[in-house]
Write a protein that binds this ligand. Structure first.
Ligand code: CA
Length: 309
């Protein structure tokens, strides 16, 4: 059972919220009605909470639906064109990258090359990150834990920001939010030591790159669906986002799309990858992930009550 925290004042709706999705008070009222009617126990859903924490200490914060402009007209061609994307459902995303202590508590092992219990776990393949999410689901006794989609990741990382980087786009502001080559001093750092974004989420930019659920497609933005894009159905590599401790500031942006053209790469990681992971993934000391969660069944109930999409 997740540890549900009392609702806290939300940092605010997405700056580009399109108004079509159910506003938070209505969502809370609908969830409260379900609880009062006995359809939901108060602990049955984190829908009542702004955040919840798993038994292994992984805190996830609620992200409301909304519309934003994904990608950029600057920089790498694979982030073009900028295009409007709507996230149609509430989801939760890790307040931080998954730490080494959290990963070890769930899996019994720490694969990281640079050890620090509160640092992000690294040297995990996309498949291992996905298996971790399933293990969390098993331990919590509820489905819905997963990697964020690429669109969810960028939407949550931006938290309403319109540029490619936080605030005034300056190196000073970036340094207040992110560990990257200019300030990391040669290693990743404990999570949540830099300022969070406007929605209370830490280290999306920098520290370690983060796996997202999607398969990589260089030209995907030219044909992706406008609602809840999930990446191409086929491809030869996986995506990761956000830049990392050994990388220059040009990688620590909301839009940089990391991928490798070779099929697998173990970097400086101490453990050999399992054969099933040597397909479309890679490992390195600057690559980890954060968890996401959504609860489809309850979302559908709430939609029927509210009459919203
Ligand atoms: Ca990161």
């Amino acid at each position: 059972m997740p540890c549900i925290q009392p609702a806290q004042p939300h940092p605010g709706p997405p700056a580009q919220h399109d108004g079509r999705a159910m506003p938070r008070p209505a969502a809370l009222a609908a969830a409260a009605a379900l609880v009062l009617a006995g359809a939901l126990a108060p602990w049955a859903s984190p829908l009542m909470a702004e955040s919840f924490t798993t038994r292994d200490g992984i805190e996830l914060v609620r992200v409301e639906p909304g519309t934003f402009v994904m990608g950029s007209g600057r920089g790498h061609g694979n982030a073009r064109p900028p295009h409007k994307v709507t996230i149609t459902r509430t989801f939760w995303i890790g307040k931080t990258e998954v730490t080494q202590a959290q990963y070890e508590a769930v899996t019994g092992r720490n694969p990281s090359a640079i050890v620090g219990p509160d640092d992000p776990v690294e040297c995990v393949s996309w498949h291992e990150a996905s298996r971790f999410a399933q293990l969390v689901a098993d331990r919590e006794g509820r489905s819905g834990f997963r990697l964020p989609t690429e669109a969810e990741w960028e939407y949550a990382a931006r938290a309403g920001e319109l540029g490619d980087r936080p605030g005034d786009q300056s190196p000073r502001t970036l340094g207040e939010h992110a560990w990257y080559k200019a300030n990391s001093k040669g290693r990743h750092r404990p999570v949540a030591k830099k300022l969070p974004n406007a929605w209370g989420i830490h280290d999306t930019l920098g520290n370690v790159w983060e796996w997202v659920a999607d398969i990589y497609g260089a030209d995907y933005y030219r044909k992706s669906p406008p609602e809840d894009p999930k990446g191409p159905e086929r491809g030869s590599s996986r995506l990761f986002r956000g830049g990392a401790w050994p990388w220059e500031d040009r990688s620590a942006t909301f839009v940089r799309r990391g991928n490798y053209s070779f099929t697998h790469y173990a970097g400086k990681c101490p453990a050999a990858p399992a054969p099933e992971d040597q397909v479309d993934s890679m490992w390195d000391t600057d690559l980890g992930f954060r968890l996401a969660f959504s609860e489809k069944g309850v979302q559908q109930i709430m939609k029927s009550i509210s009459g919203s999409r």
